[in-house]
Design a protein around this ligand. Structure first.
Ligand code: FES
Length: 114
């Protein structure tokens, strides 16, 4: 299924999120964490798939985020978990920069729809 530009919702200015940090937004009823890394911006579910701890505030190193509760690591690029606590991936969302606007689609990437 192709994405329409109307699928994307502006969530913030790029400058509102510091490097190696994340900020959560409610987008169409979903709690989405937008993370800024040296490789760009990524959008993932703000809930750890281990025990549903919010990931906002978790350390971001490279393209990985660490859950603040038990330290599970997830790859922000594809949501893949790395570690022993869960094998359930984190849903990821399409994200784009338009000028200074960070825009997110609330429709999870293909293969990750729930
Ligand atoms: S709740 Fe995230 S690692 Fe346990």
């Amino acid at each position: 299924m192709s994405l329409l530009s109307s699928d994307f919702v502006r969530v913030c200015d790029a400058e509102e999120i510091n490097m190696n940090d994340g900020k959560s937004f409610q987008v169409a009823g979903r709690n989405i964490l937008v993370c800024r890394t040296k490789e760009g911006f990524f959008a993932v579910d703000n809930l750890c798939t281990h025990q549903l701890q919010e990931l906002e505030g978790g350390k971001i190193r490279g393209c990985y985020i660490f859950c603040p509760l038990h330290g599970q690591r997830f790859d922000l690029r594809d949501g893949k978990p790395i570690g022993q606590l869960t094998d359930k991936p984190l849903p990821t969302y399409p994200i784009e920069l338009e000028g200074r606007d960070v825009r997110v689609s609330p429709r999870p990437n293909v293969g990750e729809r729930d």
